[in-house]
Design a protein around this ligand. Structure first.
Ligand code: HEC
Ligand code: HEC
Length: 314
């Protein structure tokens, strides 16, 4: 990771700027990538994200589980595996604000988007494929060949590192800090009284000792049960990302906060009224943009897989 930091690019993407920015030319982003190339990578990454051609059976895409209309998760306890006969072992986390972390996955075992992609691509229960298979397929599409060239220039442009970089560029656009909470911070309309009371409970109950900073996460793993270490998840958009916990066991915030781990970290047990106030505060962390507009209208033509569903099946 580290190439891109998410943020103001969301507005560009939403306004269609990703398509309309040819000729933006010279300005450089921190990674040294020209803006035009960055936008080409984001647009390419978006197609790849929604393209089931990356899975061995041509049916599943990243968007199968990370669904844009469900805040880039799936609202299931556990996601359905490749052939729909079983489930994975962990709840699907939201990809909103997920880019740029030092570690990925609930247990933090991946250190970059390239490692995430390798895991998804090669896992028999996710895409059941390989880099060789995936890049060979993309190579059969003139549009993908052209887009990889535009986004990366070098030959051969369709390779594992560029595949990961394009997905990284796209996931980096799934960032937003425009919830009611942010608007109030910036001097806009104040939070309503219930949310303000919830913000006080949040402070008094030490939630921010782990759910810290603007993204409400500390980047650390915590031992939630004997021997089970889990990264602190963001609380942004938590009103949209149920069920909760790494294994999706908690249907509500209330059940999550009643877990031994969360109880053990509360200075005193939360009263029912305080829980309600807390929930009002958490709802105020729901962004106004959750990426619906991100779904591409069509996928690049690919002779061997002519009828792929945008976003794959679920
Ligand atoms: C079958 C459902 C499924 C598919 C398909 C899928 N994911 Fe995921 N994704 C998950 C689950 C479940 C996790 C958590 C896994 C874990 O912690 O072990 C996850 C975690 C992630 C994370 C880490 C988020 C974080 O905050 O740590 C990223 C990034 C991610 N996926 C991106 C992708 C991309 C990119 C694709 C397509 C190449 C993809 N996923 C395809 C279910 C899926
Ligand atoms: C000691 C660190 C720590 C403290 C303090 C803490 N949390 Fe958490 N929180 C976590 C971890 C770790 C998880 C993941 C738990 C799991 O996967 O089962 C989590 C999960 C959550 C979730 C579920 C998010 C999701 O997407 O699954 C919510 C909601 C939440 N915490 C709210 C709170 C609130 C409100 C407080 C204060 C009352 C609080 N937490 C205090 C570390 C903490």
């Amino acid at each position: 990771m580290g190439l891109l930091v998410g943020g103001g690019l969301l507005a560009l993407l939403v306004s269609g700027g990703a398509q309309g920015a040819q000729g933006a030319g010279t300005p450089l982003r921190p990674g040294g990538v020209a803006v035009r190339q960055l936008l080409a990578r984001q647009a390419l990454g978006r197609l790849l994200f929604f393209d089931p051609a990356l899975s061995v059976n041509g049916k599943r895409s990243c968007a199968s589980c990370h669904r844009p209309e469900k805040a880039f998760c799936d609202r299931r306890v556990l996601p359905r595996a490749l052939r729909f006969t079983d489930n994975l072992d962990r709840n699907t986390p939201t990809l909103l604000n997920a880019a740029g972390q030092a570690t990925f996955f609930h247990d933090g075992r991946a250190g970059s988007m390239a490692e995430v992609l390798t895991a998804v691509l090669t896992s028999p229960r996710e895409f059941g494929s390989s880099y060789a298979e995936a890049t060979a397929r993309l190579q059969t599409s003139p549009e993908y060949r052209r887009r990889f060239r535009q986004a990366f220039g070098a030959v051969p442009a369709i390779n594992p590192a560029n595949l990961a970089a394009a997905l990284d560029a796209y996931v980096s656009t799934l960032a937003g800090q425009n919830a009611a909470y942010d608007q109030a911070l910036r001097g806009g309309a104040a939070l309503d009284t219930a949310a303000q009371a919830g913000q006080r409970v949040f402070a008094a109950a030490n939630c921010a000792s782990c759910h810290a900073g603007p993204l409400f996460r500390d980047g650390q793993r915590h031992e939630i049960r004997a021997g089970v270490w889990v990264k602190t998840p963001t609380l942004r958009n938590v009103a949209l990302t149920m069920p909760y916990g790494a294994e999706g066991r908690c249907p509500t915030v209330e059940t999550l906060l009643a877990s031994d781990f969360h109880r053990a970290h509360q200075p005193s047990l939360l009263a029912a009224a305080d829980l309600q106030r807390l929930e009002s505060f958490l709802v105020a962390l729901t962004d106004t943009v959750v990426g619906r507009s991100a779904v591409p209208a069509a996928l690049p033509l690919m002779p061997a897989l002519p009828d792929r569903a945008v976003g794959g099946l679920y």
